[in-house]
Write a protein that binds this ligand. Structure first.
Ligand SMILES: Nc1nc2c(ncn2[C@@H]2O[C@H](COP(=O)(O)OP(=O)(O)OP(=O)(O)O)[C@@H](O)[C@H]2O)c(=O)[nH]1
Ligand SMILES: [Mg+2]
Length: 420
């Protein structure tokens, strides 16, 4: 199967390239529109990227799984399948799903250009309407209106967007407000000032109470707690040469202990498994010679309040110096804020945002930090251990809200290399 990516200035040009290269039976697997050369989401040239395959017809038919194999409501979301441009009809087990084909010709270039211009105009109008409806200083104009629309598009709370644009309007002269680069720079700085961050990895070692630095990670199921613990343990041990010990009280699933045991083995750090709260306290005492002790906890549904109380008791038994609430940036904004509010029972004092690489919008993360009054400690940007974790910084999240890339090219260096 031939799989290729095509880039062009318009959808029509990109489709024509696909057709020329792969023929008219080409199957579009993914399309993306992005701005090249944009400064924090402003300006730049719009580009269209298409990923296509030449063998749509060779793809096996999708079958509907029997009921017992279907994921239940608690199952983790799977990665989205390539989105066809034409949705196939619902399948039954007996019926073969027709292969999705895209007829790439004929394409009316002029119509597409005009459609794109109309969409851009609508976007500008909506941005201006939103800005005008709530801005006490009168209608926003030009680049400031455009950035305002971008902030709201990205899910930033209206009051925060208003506050930022009002401050920028007061900071810049009318001439400066006409300059997109100045405006996006000023908005980025104002936005960053709303992102509270811890600002560095806490040095391990004996704390004032005579115990090793003890860190607990708590959060909903599947957000990346165990993976992040492995990344932190590796950073403390490999980068800072600290003696690290791990404790887990996630004994509800055998696989959970095995997952952490595997990481502990690779990083070569001791692991203690605790069945009860008393075991947790005992395990921490047993690791008193370490510089850093990290507690892994079972994922808890935010809807299960009795289990949240159990979790709080388990964390209390470890008496951590830091309790990080781990939240996945890949979930819908209401889920994110509900989790943040319900986990207050466990008394977290900082937030780790994971799966930035899967996030669609970043504004909701700024909202959550503001609403929870907690500081961000780390961001994680992928599954790889020990990389793809970084110290959370205000500028990084602000740049993401304004359209920056999560990609490792622009990301700060991995924790294991960057700080120390
Ligand atoms: N894309 C992406 N995946 C991640 C990231 N961090 C962890 N994961 C993946 O998320 C999945 C769940 O990770 P775990 O570390 O097991 O999550 P957990 O919170 O310990 O899960 P439970 O113990 O079941 O509650 C795994 O497939 C990880 O590889 C990240 O930053 N980005
Ligand atoms: Mg886990």
């Amino acid at each position: 199967m031939k799989l290729k990516t095509y880039t062009a200035g318009t959808m029509a040009q990109a489709l024509a390239e696909v057709k020329k290269d792969l023929g008219k039976d080409a199957v579009i697997l993914h399309t993306r529109v992005y701005k090249q050369g944009a400064v924090m989401g402003v300006g730049g040239t719009q580009m269209v990227e298409i990923t296509a395959s030449d063998q749509g017809a060779a793809m096996p038919p999708r079958r509907t799984p029997p009921d017992e194999l279907r994921p239940g409501p608690a199952a983790r979301p799977t990665r989205p399948e390539p989105r066809p441009l034409v949705e196939p009809k619902p399948a039954t087990p007996e019926v073969r799903v027709p292969t999705t084909r895209v007829d790439v010709a004929p394409v009316n270039d002029a119509a597409l250009v005009s459609l794109r211009e109309d969409l851009a105009a609508i976007r500008r109008l909506v941005g201006q309407a939103l800005a005008n409806s709530s801005n006490p200083g009168g209608p926003l104009q030009g680049p400031l209106a455009e950035v305002y629309a971008r902030l709201r598009d990205d899910g930033l709370a209206p009051d925060l967007a208003d506050r930022i644009t009002a401050a920028v309007r007061a900071d810049l002269t009318p001439q400066e407000q006409a300059d997109p680069v100045r405006v996006s720079g000023a908005v980025g700085r104002r936005l960053a000032s709303l992102v509270p961050c811890v600002g560095g990895i806490t040095p391990g070692g004996r704390q004032p109470d005579g115990r090793p630095l003890t860190i607990a990670l708590v959060g909903p199921t599947g957000v990346g707690k165990t993976t992040t613990i492995a990344k932190l343990a590796a950073a403390y041990k490999l980068r800072f040469a600290k003696r690290v010990g791990l404790v887990t009280c996630d004994t509800y699933r055998i696989a959970a202990v095995e997952q952490l045991r595997t990481y502990a083995g690779i990083i070569a750090v001791p692991l203690r498994v605790a069945l009860t709260d008393a075991d947790v306290a005992e395990a921490c005492r047993g690791l008193a010679e370490c510089d850093v002790v990290i507690l892994d906890t079972p994922g808890r549904s935010q809807h299960d309040s009795s289990r949240l109380d159990e979790l709080a008791a388990c964390v209390k038994a470890a008496a951590p110096h830091e309790t990080h609430l781990v939240l996945s940036a890949g979930v819908a904004p209401p889920v994110l804020s509900r989790a943040a509010s319900l986990f207050t029972r466990v008394k977290p004092d900082r937030i780790i945002l994971t799966k930035l690489d899967e996030a669609v919008n970043f504004g909701p993360m700024v909202n959550v930090l503001r609403d929870s009054a907690l500081r961000a400690s780390y961001f994680t940007t992928g599954q790889e251990v020990p990389d793809q974790i970084e110290v959370a910084t205000p500028g990084r999240l602000a740049a993401l809200v304004l359209g920056g890339a999560v990609s490792p090219v622009t990301a700060p260096r991995a924790l294991a290399e960057a700080v120390g």
